[in-house]
Design a protein around this ligand. Sequence first.
Ligand code: GTP
Ligand code: MG
Length: 343
Amino acid sequence: MLAFKSEEQSQLQLVEREEIEDEDDLFEAIDKLISHGINAGDVKKLQDAGIYTCNGLMMHTKKSLTGIKGLSEAKVDKICEAAEKIVNYGYITGSDALLRRKAVVRVTTGSLALDELLGGGIETSAITEAFGEFRSGKTQLAHTLCVSTQLPTSMKGGNGKVAYIDTEGTFRPDRIVPIAERFGMDAGAVLDNIIYARAYTYEHQYNLLLGLAAKMSEEPFRLLIVDSVIALFRVDFTGRGELAERQQKLAQMLSRLTKIAEEFNVAVYMTNQVIADPGGGVFISDPKKPAGGHVLAHAATIRLMFRKGKGEQRVCKVFDAPNLPEAEAVFQITPGGIADAKD
Ligand code: GTP
Ligand code: MG
């Protein structure tokens, strides 16, 4: 990834690269089906539908696969049979499950206090959601993670690339420069390792996610940012009668995010808005309530609530996580990104 400045650091990085090569067997490329009797044309059809790995294939129902143009039921059966010979879709032992968990890495947030709160950092193969009032640091953390994800694992990084989906137009590449410098990395190389897309509709946002499988099956990505996950849904579905449809589409997109996280061992960091009180209604008067309802609540592995503290300080509270205590950490926004608070 050549993001380091000094020779010593690039040596370190080369060693780490080998670790990533070892991780290649985390997933099996979809073209392996060809050596199991599936013709290249049908493999291409799967790729065109956004399926680039046999593991990813497993995450689709037969019904959705037969929905792909040119794939009959008989063909889908043959494809699934072949894929089952390549990937174990069934039970594994607890020891194997432990081995898989070892591939999970935790990426530093830039603040030791925040890392500690999160049990080491932002976790791969999981979805971390951050919600909170405006200017509480959600997007600043996204920018910091863009850089720290590229650090070697020995420096609490993920040694991987970053995909950034921006629905609010708040990504600032110039912010990446001082953050990269703070971590001793070459800003140009760091920026080259970030792929960025601005989404304008919820459909666009979903299609951008579909397109990611192709990229992630070819290069080692460790982080996907969606900032924010909900904004376009709130714009594109405005009527009261559209709420059910909105939640259904949102669920579809969140399911896609979960699959990407697990298929490619990627950390998904998504931000969420808090519900503003539109008409003073008693049920939605709590300004700290995250948007997205139950659908979003169930999709996120870890939910974090951000709020402003004094000056540049911000507070992060664990709102909901399976194995973290409901504690708080204070951090600070600095020119070099998220850092520990100075008293
Ligand atoms: P919304 O997207 O509006 O909901 O807010 P957010 O939670 O994403 O806020 P964001 O992460 O954008 O935080 C904005 C805060 O970061 C503001 O208070 C800025 O003053 C601060 N900030 C941005 N850049 C810098 C910087 O270079 N140095 C310092 N010290 N603070 C910065
Ligand atoms: Mg923001």
